[in-house]
Design a protein around this ligand. Structure first.
Ligand SMILES: [Mn+2]
Length: 410
């Protein structure tokens, strides 16, 4: 059986307010080609299909068009699990309909855990794989909260809850295996931060409380699991040198910091001995970050123009002199080029005007968590209390966005 493992598409993601529809469309087209070229029979998307709880209609249309095309290809089955960015209600809404196309959607932990156990059948109706389709597990899915708990208690219970969830599901899978009486691949998904996982600044992971505080040990996943398809971290990686425990990473750069990094999808082949092959994702839109004084910035713009490529830019002015018309100077340098600047930060100017050392950002550029963090700092809340307050804040924020979204949809 040939499987394609991918995650963290973040469809609908914007760069400083600029939509990326074209890039996403190109990626999905490319993915379709890869699926057909390699005769992929199962597609696994391990969470964060969408970037936000309420993606634009154009993004939704792109997603459904892709699913309908794939379901009529060689790809017999599609498994989609929700990530922390996804709205479970949005992913789950068409699940009954998608089921007819052999598309299995698990938007959030279902009431009945056995719904996460999926047995896939080949064309002759013979079982060919068992999937533990586990989505991102929310605090409320797995932990019974009690009054007066310390932060340590909360985290410990969350970790324990995630371990229990996987082991209960594995017990059900073992029963199924006995019934099937034949060795078929056992595949599990997850959308979480594994111990030893690598991340980098600016990839959006640090802002999430599960990312900041919780690390799930690999011992959570039984040796009986033949392949673990993980999502959440944006760098593709093998865990603990085990070829069959992997993050596919995001296929597109989600920040300027990720620009130029290797992006892949994974082809897992169970035909004989299991093999995993990284398929590099082409770069559909070049990104470039320029940091320096005006001379350096203009020189770099000149160099990039000469390539003739269409490139999105992020510019950080770091010069000593105060330049009031920096924006105009850069705008005129970009005239009649294929370069587009999305953000110019002028640290020197802010420092001069506001006499403060930290870079001023607008609310657009800050996540709610960063705003909260600034409140903690401004109000001189002792550092020791930060983690606990942030966890409570994130939990409330998550609950709020869930209920807001529910109201919108009702
Ligand atoms: Mn995620």
């Amino acid at each position: 059986m040939k499987i394609l493992h991918t995650s963290d598409w973040h469809l609908g993601h914007k760069f400083y307010g600029r939509q990326r529809h074209e890039e996403f469309a190109k990626f999905l087209q490319w993915l379709e080609t890869i699926i057909e070229l390699n005769g992929v029979e199962l597609l696994i998307v391990a969470g964060d299909v969408f970037d936000s709880q309420a993606p634009p209609n154009k993004t939704l249309a792109m997603y459904y068009e892709f699913l309908s095309r794939i379901s009529s290809s060689c790809c017999r089955h599609i498994i989609i699990v929700g990530g922390n960015h996804d709205s479970p209600a949005l992913l789950n809404a068409p699940r009954e309909l998608l089921h007819f196309l052999n598309i299995h959607v698990i938007g959030s932990a279902p009431r009945n855990i056995s719904d996460e156990l999926i047995v896939l059948h080949d064309g002759n109706n013979t079982p060919e794989a068992i999937i533990l389709a586990v989505p991102y597990l929310r605090d409320k899915d797995i932990r019974l909260s009690a009054a007066g708990e310390s932060l340590g208690d909360k985290q410990q219970k969350l970790i324990q809850g995630i371990h229990n969830h996987y082991s209960s599901l594995l017990a059900l899978a073992h029963e199924k295996q006995k019934q099937i009486q034949k060795k078929i691949p056992l595949i599990a998904t997850g959308h979480l931060f594994c111990q030893g996982g690598q991340t980098r600044q600016g990839d959006g992971i640090r802002e999430l409380y599960v990312g900041t505080l919780l690390r799930i040990g690999l011992d959570c996943f039984s040796k009986d699991i033949d392949y673990l398809a993980l999502g959440h971290l944006h760098l593709p990686q093998v865990l603990a040198k085990q070829n069959n425990r992997r993050y596919s990473g995001s296929p597109l750069a989600m920040s300027f910091a990720e620009a130029g990094e290797k992006k892949v999808v994974l082809l897992v082949d169970f035909s004989e001995t299991m093999t995993v092959q990284e398929v590099p994702v082409p770069c559909f839109q070049q990104l470039h970050s320029i940091s320096g004084d005006l001379e350096h910035i203009l020189q770099k713009i000149h160099q990039l123009t000469a390539t003739g490529d269409s490139i999105l830019l992020e510019i950080h002015y770091r010069g000593e002199t105060l330049i009031d018309d920096l924006q105009n100077q850069i705008a005129s340098a970009l005239k009649e080029t294929k370069l587009e600047v999305l953000r110019i930060s002028n640290k020197r100017r802010y420092n001069h005007i506001l006499q403060q050392s930290s870079e001023v950002k607008t609310l657009d550029e800050l996540s709610p968590r960063q705003v909260f963090q600034r409140c903690l700092e401004q109000n001189d809340i002792p550092l020791a209390q930060h983690q606990e307050l942030i966890l409570d804040f994130e939990t409330s924020l998550d609950a709020l966005s869930q209920s807001e979204h529910k109201e919108q949809r009702q």
